[in-house]
Design a binder for this molecule. Structure first.
Ligand code: PMP
Length: 403
């Protein structure tokens, strides 16, 4: 049974008020709130097991290392990777994509090669490739959208040629809340011998993502969007690619031997984890994944989809409501008449309702619609039908103010 009251009790911040009103937090696509077990696991790690990992023979260092490596195993299980050494801890989605752009780029890409991205990418899946394009003289090819704002599969299939080296696309759009059928996109790429990176920042927190079932070559996501701490995230990569890729950063831990004449590199996953990793972040992140697993990702998905369907139904009652794309996940982007998104956001905020406005770090997608930005409401496991009602009532109040 999905006991929403029990779940809400785990999140201290949900008890607080803003402007004397109960907080209604609908900005979960930006970051999620943290359950007490995650918050406490940070204190617990510093209070009881803090020591630098991997380098110490002493008791605490071994304990910290054990917990850090258990966290890696928890991530492996969560996404069903074949090996835990295919899980690299990074600072988050952005760093994971930069790592692949840099290391895959250095190893496999040369002038004239092409990387395919899409119109609905977050800036973090555009700009690293543009920087690489400048450095290496590679070309970016962009999958266009269909009239109903989905990735155009036929146009995508036509982008492949003998220079295509990598596809890097989002699983779920952070703006439209649309989930792309990435299985099909991966299998098209593989039929050309081209690997695929999936940006799972908005899918992993909201649905079961199995890297082996998808046959994804790389999957990236952030801890903070799945109830974990900030500053920790994941790069999953198939061993066959990671083993051949050049290191990303140099430093401690990523080496085997260092001589001034020649340095040799450590094995996976350490080759890509230079310096002291955020082991406390990783431990707390694993706690968040365990928390999600205990409730059940399918149950969370069903709850969030119910909220999304209900919100869409209620929003359809509001005159001049314009919804972008066909949301099937947990985010809805919209505009009402010619009310500026920032005005709507500010007025809802005064009612205690936290939503996001603007370009959502996806300017090319916003430009595609020729609009200044959108208002986005996004749900998580702890949101309720009553909160959706309050959100709709808030919108109606703002619409009235604007006459
Ligand atoms: N990709 C998508 C689809 C996102 O929604 C986000 C965060 N808004 C990112 C990438 C970047 O994630 P982070 O800021 O955690 O690195």
């Amino acid at each position: 049974m999905y006991d929403i009251n029990e779940i809400r009790k785990e999140f201290p911040i949900l008890q607080r008020q803003v402007y004397g009103k109960p907080l209604i937090y609908l900005d979960n696509a930006a970051t999620t709130q943290k359950p007490l077990c995650v918050i406490e696991s940070i204190t617990e790690a510093y209070a009881n097991v803090n020591a630098n990992v991997h380098r110490g023979v002493h008791f605490l260092s071994q304990k910290a290392t054990e917990q850090y490596e258990e966290a890696r195993e928890t991530v492996r299980r969560f996404i069903n990777a074949r090996h835990s050494h295919e899980v690299i801890f990074t600072r988050g989605t952005t760093e994971s994509i930069n790592l692949v752009a840099s290391s895959f780029g250095e190893t496999f890409l040369a002038e004239g090669d092409e990387v395919i991205i899409s119109t609905m990418e977050h800036h973090s899946n555009i700009v690293p490739w543009q920087l690489l394009a400048e450095r290496k003289g590679i070309k970016l090819r962009v999958i266009p959208l269909t009239v109903d704002a989905r990735l155009d599969k036929e146009a995508y299939a036509a982008l492949f040629n003998e220079n295509t080296r990598l596809v890097s696309i989002t699983h779920t759009s952070n703006v439209l809340g649309v989930t792309n059928p990435v299985e099909e996109f991966i299998s098209i790429a593989h039929s050309h011998g081209v690997p695929v990176l999936i940006d799972g920042a908005q899918s992993v927190p909201h649905k079961k993502v199995d890297v082996q079932a998808l046959d994804a070559d790389f999957l990236v996501f952030s801890g903070h969007k799945i109830y974990g701490p900030t500053g920790i995230g994941v790069l999953y990569g198939k061993e066959s690619y990671l083993n051949r890729m050049k290191p990303y950063q140099g430093g401690g831990e990523m080496i085997q031997t260092v001589r001034f004449e020649k340095t040799t590199f450590n094995e996976l996953p350490y080759k890509f984890e230079a310096g002291t990793p955020d082991y406390v972040g990783a431990i707390a992140f694993a706690r968040a994944l365990d928390f999600v697993s205990a409730i059940g990702i399918e149950q969370i998905a069903a709850h969030e989809q119910q909220l999304t369907r209900y919100a869409l139904e209620r929003m359809a009652e509001i005159p001049d409501m314009r919804i972008f794309g066909k949301p099937d996940g947990s985010a809805i982007s919209f505009l009402i008449g010619n009310i500026h998104p920032a005005d709507l956001g500010t007025l809802l905020d005064r009612l205690g309702i936290a939503i996001r406005t603007g370009h959502h770090c996806a300017q090319p997608l916003i430009d595609h619609f020729s609009i200044p930005g959108t208002v986005r409401a996004s749900f998580a496991m702890y949101n309720t039908i009553e909160e959706v009602d309050a959100f709709i009532a808030g919108i109606n109040r703002v619409v009235k103010m604007f006459g």
